[in-house]
Design a protein around this ligand. Structure first.
Ligand code: APR
Length: 233
């Protein structure tokens, strides 16, 4: 671990929200245990059965009202507030728990449940409650609003921002992700190619665990506050 990192990029996945009661994707009880990705998280699924796809995200959006940020979200928000170097928190999660904990230097690379995307003009707008297929875009009026979720086969958001941040970082930290999905799973590879330090905090070994200089096993709600405390001391 660098004695004094200056520029940190942090990647989070579903594991950081698990202790808040938000379902992860893979593993026991995971979302992909109950639904097939092909049925609810591809452009083809949206074209084939928009009602099913919209309902899948409506249910997950409604659940946000029942959950709260956990100690890991709060520790990352404290780091955001107190860290005087560069910091970018890239989340694969579509929940709003990082924002609600107070993180500001935050980027959702897979979209957000509380946002709707117009398939006609590409504009995004905040969205609360159910989003029926055929809802009209607030900008161009087309009845083509869809969940603002990056589906499999679609390009994640702001990759140029993420790549620039990774290029300037001297520490890359991965929290609560299985390392199963690219391009996020490749961030540790580019960090290693640049020779910067890499840290993982995850409940189980991930697909990339052996790539990390330091791979800590345990719940994010315990490991992340300890790490942030050590960094800010
Ligand atoms: N603390 C830390 N890690 C945890 C915890 C916890 N309390 N609970 C679970 N984990 C870990 C699991 O060990 C697993 O490695 O979080 C990881 C969750 O992995 P996934 O369910 O695959 O979620 P994620 O890695 O975020 O998935 C990436 O895949 O389905 C797509 O777009 C979706 O963003 C998602 C992407």
């Amino acid at each position: 671990m660098p004695s004094h990192p200056r520029n940190i990029v942090i990647l989070t996945g579903a594991g950081v929200s698990a202790e808040s009661g938000v379902a992860t994707f893979r593993g026991p009880g995971g979302l992909w245990e109950g639904q097939r990705v092909e049925d609810v998280c591809t452009p083809q699924a949206l074209a084939r059965d928009p009602v099913l796809v919209h309902r899948f995200y409506d249910e997950r959006r409604a659940k946000l009202a029942e959950v709260e940020p956990n100690a890991a979200h709060h520790a990352l928000a404290r780091l955001d507030a107190e860290w005087d170097g560069e910091l970018l928190l890239v989340t694969q999660n579509v929940d709003d728990l990082h924002e609600r904990a107070g993180s500001k230097r935050l980027l959702h690379m897979h979209g957000e449940l509380n946002s709707a995307l117009c398939a006609a003009c590409g504009k995004r707008q905040r969205w609360e409650g159910a989003l029926p297929p055929g809802s009209a875009c607030g900008s161009c009026g087309a009845p083509l609003l869809r969940p603002d979720i990056v589906f499999f086969g679609e390009m994640p958001y702001a990759m140029h921002v993420i790549e620039r941040a990774l290029g300037a970082a001297d520490l890359f930290v991965s929290i609560g992700t299985s390392g199963a999905v690219y391009p996020a799973a490749g961030f540790v590879h580019s960090a290693r190619r640049r020779g910067i330090n890499t840290l993982e905090m995850n409940l189980d070994p991930s697909e990339g665990s052996t790539m990390f200089d330091d791979s800590r096993r345990g719940p994010a709600g315990e490991l992340v506050p300890q790490w942030v405390e050590s960094l800010l001391r």
